[in-house]
Design a protein around this ligand. Structure first.
Ligand code: FA5
Length: 337
């Protein structure tokens, strides 16, 4: 009898140990401790024992077994309950760490970066930043720049006119500025020399987009008007700018050229450390007629001016094969710079 009780107790404890959920513990509770449970069933056999001592010993063994099973059930219930809670907490956990990670930040477009760096470098060289309107009068864009109506050089700039020609005139009087040079005139008219300004801005031409041309692009203009300004000041300024902007191992050169608003005129190129030359823009000594249109006496003052394409410079500098990539806003392109 004692051996049976001990066997039943052992089997029950093993079942409890093997239970892997709170549901199976609940089932075992009824099954093992209920009236029809294996141990309770042994109780019914106590009456058949021969002696009082035997009955007593067996009764005690049954009670002890019941108690052992009961506390094993309770212990396993706590164990499984803790595991279930932990699993639920893990499953319901909100991952807030993404807010601790810094969100990815964008950055300025290559054109904007170049524009801002150009301003910084010229401010470092003692220039101030000026600006003018994108919608310009024909007078500021051409005439004051020594290109009267009918001047053949007007054809160099494929102009977008905003109004029709008045009767008896060949062209309209309002244009989308074809270059930043009209800011020269506006600056001269708004104050007296000395003038040391740069004017970055958007310009427009009736150019068909291709690998090196856009109908809307950006230029930066420079204008210096002071006493005794010479071509040497122009060359020195271009050289100082080249080294400050591109690096000490870059240099510059001027090549003779023609612009109606400068005399003499030049193209300026920069030389890369590998020896190759890049054509950057135009420059020259401000034409006396332009100074006069700006209300400045060319007998007393002289000056130089320069202008170049910001986008064109940026694509050359970064070896971008097609200038149109600068305007498509493809993130895969933009994020490289
Ligand atoms: C001018 O526009 C003159 N105003 C520059 C100047 C200023 C000369 C002051 C003398 C004194 P040009 O048309 O060459 O010049 O244009 C200057 C630069 O603008 C070019 O060298 C090129 O870098 C850029 N550019 C011209 N057309 C385009 C275009 N369609 N797309 C992109 N960049 C252009």
């Amino acid at each position: 009898m004692i051996a049976d009780i001990s066997a039943a107790r052992g089997a029950a404890l093993a079942q409890i140990e093997a239970a892997d959920s709170l549901e199976s513990i609940a089932a075992l509770d009824t099954q093992l401790l209920g009236k029809k449970g294996s141990i309770a069933q042994l109780k019914t056999k106590l009456g058949g024992l021969a002696t009082v001592d035997e009955k007593k010993a067996a009764g005690q063994a049954v009670n002890e077994a019941m108690q052992a099973v009961s506390s094993a059930l309770a212990a396993r219930r706590v164990e499984l309950g803790t595991a279930a809670t932990a699993a639920r907490v893990e499953a319901e956990r909100l991952d807030l760490t993404e807010f601790a990670v810094k969100p990815e930040r964008g950055h300025a477009h290559l054109v904007t970066q170049s524009w801002e760096r150009l301003e910084d470098v010229f401010i470092g060289l003692g220039f101030q930043v000026a600006e003018g309107p994108e919608v310009e009068t024909d007078w500021h864009n051409f005439e004051a720049l020594n290109m009267p109506i009918g001047h053949p050089a007007r054809g160099e700039w494929d102009t977008l006119f905003l109004d029709h020609a008045a009767p008896g005139e060949d062209v309209g009087r309002t244009v989308l500025r074809t270059h930043t040079s009209p800011v020269q005139i506006r600056t001269m008219l708004s104050g007296m020399p000395p003038i040391y300004i740069v004017a970055p801005g958007r310009v427009f031409r009736r150019d068909t987009p291709d690998a090196t041309h856009m109908p809307v692009f950006h230029q930066i203009e420079g204008l210096v008007v002071d006493r005794d300004i010479t071509m040497a000041d122009l060359a020195g300024t271009i050289e100082a700018f080249t080294k400050a902007f591109f690096g000490a191992d870059f240099s510059s050169r001027l090549r003779p050229s023609y612009f109606p608003f400068t005399e003499p005129s030049a193209e300026f190129d920069i030389q890369r450390p590998d020896g190759s030359w890049l054509e950057l823009g135009g420059c020259g000594m401000v034409h006396p007629n332009v100074l006069r249109h700006g209300g400045i006496d060319p007998e007393e003052w002289s000056g130089f001016a320069f202008g170049f394409g910001i986008d064109r410079m940026a694509v050359m500098r970064h070896d971008v094969a097609d200038i149109r990539d600068m305007f498509v806003n493809d993130i895969r392109f933009a994020e490289q710079f």
